[in-house]
Design a protein around this ligand. Structure first.
Ligand code: THU
Length: 144
């Protein structure tokens, strides 16, 4: 599916709004960089996640992985789209791309050319890419 079609099929502004609403729950006392994600599953349900940092820094988890785990824990196994917002001090001034580990975690539950990754500044200002754009030649469950 091309990105224009994806943008027609998915209510991107609504998904971005869900991520923006979740941002207040980000727990980022160490980096001060607040991130939230809203993940749309094939069922139509939306699952949010925020970054949750830890005094033992490496135990921190990103917003996207938190949203993916939230969805999986609720029984979802196919993801359609994810909207991501983030910025220093919770101020969103630029598109916040998902980190490499989060790209791989999202890969588990989608066809990478079909997962819309929406990075946004506001419901009116966002960019749509596919996971395949961000994680080409990826390794997934079909290899095992
Ligand atoms: N972070 C995310 O939540 N998602 C990303 O994809 C990039 C980074 C978080 C992790 C950490 O809490 C903070 O942003 C700074 O790296």
């Amino acid at each position: 599916m091309d990105k224009e079609q994806m943008s027609r099929d998915i209510d991107c502004p609504a998904l971005v709004s869900r991520a923006l609403s979740a941002l207040k729950n980000s727990y980022a006392p160490y980096s001060g960089f607040h991130v939230a994600a809203a993940l749309l599953a094939e069922s139509g349900e939306v699952y949010t996640g925020v970054n949750v940092e830890n005094a033992s820094y490496s135990a921190s988890i990103c917003a996207e992985r938190n949203a993916a785990a939230h969805a999986a824990a609720c029984g979802e196994r196919r993801f359609t789209a994810v909207a991501i917002v983030g910025g220093a001090g919770g101020r969103i001034t630029a598109y916040c791309p998902p980190c490499g580990i989060c790209r791989q975690v999202l890969r588990e539950f989608c066809d990478p050319s079909e997962l819309a990754v929406i990075t946004a500044v506001s419901p009116e200002d966002y960019r749509v890419q596919t996971l395949a754009d961000l994680l080409p030649d990826s390794f997934g469950p079909e290899y095992l």
